[in-house]
Design a protein around this ligand. Sequence first.
Ligand code: ADP
Ligand code: MG
Length: 718
Amino acid sequence: MARTLSQLAGLGVTVLDGVGPARSKALAAMGIESVLDLLLHYPRRYIDRTRQAPIEALRVGDEATVLAQVRTCSSRVVGGRRRMVTASVTDGSGSLALTFFNQPWRERQLVAGTELMLFGKVEEFRGRPQMTNPVVDLIGDRTGRIVPVYPQSEKAGVMTWEVVRMEAEVLRRAGVFADPVPPEVLDRFDLVDRTTAFTGIHTPGSMEDVTRARARLVFDELLRLQLRLVQRKRQLESSAPGVTHRVDGPFTQRLIEGLPFTPTDAQLRVMEEISSDLAAPCPMHRLLQGDVGSGKTLVALVALLTAVDGGHQGALMAPTEVLAEQHALTLGQLLAGFEVPDDVSDTLFAAAEDAGDAHRPLRVELLTSRVPAAQRRRVLAGLAEGTVELVVGTHALLSDEVDFADLGVVVIDEQHRFGVEQRAALRSPSSTATVPDVLVMTATPIPRTAAMTVYGDLDVSVLDGKPPGRTPVLTSWTRTSAELDAVWGELRHEIAQGRQAYVVCPLITESDKLDAASAEQTFAELTVAGGPLAGLRVGMLHGRIPAAERDEVMGAFRSGAIDVLVATTVIEVGVDVPNATAMVILDADRFGIAQLHQLRGRVGRGAVSSRCWLVGDPDSPDGIARLEALVGSEDGFALAEVDLDLRGEGTVMGERQKGRNDLLLASLRRDRDWVVRAREVAEDLVGADPSLSAHPGLVDDLDTLLPVGDDTDFLLKG
Ligand code: ADP
Ligand code: MG
């Protein structure tokens, strides 16, 4: 009978020859407990013996693979503390010196006579070829052209050749694997069968075998993930009772008509996508990706007002207090003069019109940890009674004390700032029978294929383009102190024209305390008599400034009473002061691409052209690439692609999939095409058959490798 993965998951490694308690303990230290774990323990890389070079042919500067035998090995302490192990190896054609720093155990490993495969860069020392800290593989008596090298094994005391032997045994004893992926799918993408794939990845005859094996295994990983995501999406859509909202009600109409501008086409399109979700009986789970300044707030407000139009409540959750306060302010202004009937409790607004003319202002309240206790009690009471229509808050909204009378729409701004359990928590308030519609917004665009993977259970709307009348932000890279002096001159010039500016302080550590110190020091240096910003009205904002004072500074900056705001990244998200047209980011190379893009998004919000100076002189190629990317593009989606290329998928995956990561081989970066294909197949399969009853093999794989816990939010849990 053909072998399934779940069968192997049920077998402990001790079933293998020569694996007793000691070996199984060492394997467990590598995370390998079952035979399936071992099968899915893939080589880190391969040595292609046909590419190995004789020592006599090595050239300085080459990266080379050498097969050689240890002649001598010794160790000594250098520079007082560092232990240096040196060895001499030979392959008959010549001899090569090896030097290892801080790897004292090499002395035990490199016993005279041992055969090694070495990989490293060739240097020259006293006229002889040498490698420093090369990769060493003990190859034992392995033969074959392609030699797999397994990760982690040295540390756990399991030799890579032992793993090779065990994998061979697993493959031999497993025989033929059941293949749960429909043959027409394999045909369509020219994928090898599962037996060939596992054989090819562990015991390849050629590098081409590895490539074909990898493609199949990558596809399987991505397909499993997409099947789960698509299933989960279906389930959310079908099982939970949602609110059927009344769209195009009086409040939303009045808001749109009263705007000082016309919504952009992109805004209209996204509002349409959202209102069709809202009008439908099942709850919305939608992600809105829109670059900084693309006008997400209006879209959010329309969604929230749709809830109010139907007599429900809306909640807007922001990641920081500054941002929550700003949103509350914006909403309060835009909704000034809006009234709701005062004498009705449950009835729909429409029915209330002839109920009398008692009206009161629509209530928008703020709920953060800074709201004083008495006020907080009033807000909580209003939310529970239903007399607060809209609430804006931070994660304080998630507290158990918060009860909604009838929560209809939740908007979560800057989703990436929240842990994902939080999203799940707001989604299901204990007090209502129905599930509110949820819109999550992010200003950190992620590439399409990454979104498909990370947010694959959500519908995605993209707010592309910016409102008209914006001028691009001219970004320059400032390397020298002479250039920086010129920057301060230009900044003063902007301010002389009545504009305002930000100076963003170096991010020294993750610690609040040090960031505060650095903001304070920068502030002092800039404003001291004779300093670059002497004589200007300069304010300071960082996380350790007391709340009241922070409000005052922010208020003063908004009203134009302050010219320059020296700040840490507290201003990163959402702060909206259109008169601010200049930004200097100090030590810019210490920030990531997404963060720099966010920061820069604070300027360029008005009709006047803006400037951003990135100050920094990085040595690392990545640091240089990041600054170059920012200078070269203002498009958040393009920058996200660069970021993915530079940093890999860990950054986009991190938040949602730590710990529950089935992607062993697949890379969102390298395997973009496979992500799209896997999604397509998953949609077809689940679309035709939501429980996959016609594909018991797939279900079995999923239960084995991506089990759904009692909590259906398995993918949401960190
Ligand atoms: P973000 O997507 O970064 O949250 P905001 O919603 O804060 O962007 O919008 C940025 C600025 O653009 C705000 O000042 C807002 O009033 C303005 N704005 C939004 N939509 C339009 C539009 N259609 N036309 C002109 N200005 C707009
Ligand atoms: Mg915003």
